[in-house]
Design a protein. Sequence first.
Length: 132
Amino acid sequence: NEKIADALVLLLLGVTAAESFANGHASFRILYGDNSRPLFGPGIAITFFSWLGLWVGGWFLCTWAIYAVAARKISGWYLTLISGLISLLAASATHYVRHTTNDYLYNALMGAGLVFFALFPYFKKHLWNKMS
C-alpha cells in the first residue's frame, strides 16, 4: 500500500513538473513573441502570471518535492501541497483567460490531483508515517 501511494504521488509530481515546464515555456514564448510588445495585448497579460507561476511554482517546486518525498523528508508533503496549489491557480487562471488550448486545463487538473493526494487521508497517512 505504501508503494502504491509513493508511486502515484511521485508519478503525478513528475508529470505535473513536466507539464508546468512546457506550459511555462509556452507562456514565456507567447509573452515575449507578441507583436504588441512592450505593451500587453488583450489576453496576453495572464501569460506573465502563468510563466512565473508555472516555472517557479509548478516546475521548480514539483522537482524539489520529488527529491523531498523520495528522501522521506517532511518538507516533501508541504512542497507537494504548495506546488499543487500554485499549479492549480496559475494554470486554471490562464486557461480561463486563454482557452485556445486545453494544455493549461490539464495542468490545472494535475495540480488539483497533487492537492488531492496531499490532503486525502489515505495518501496523507502513508506520506506522513514514512516521513515522521
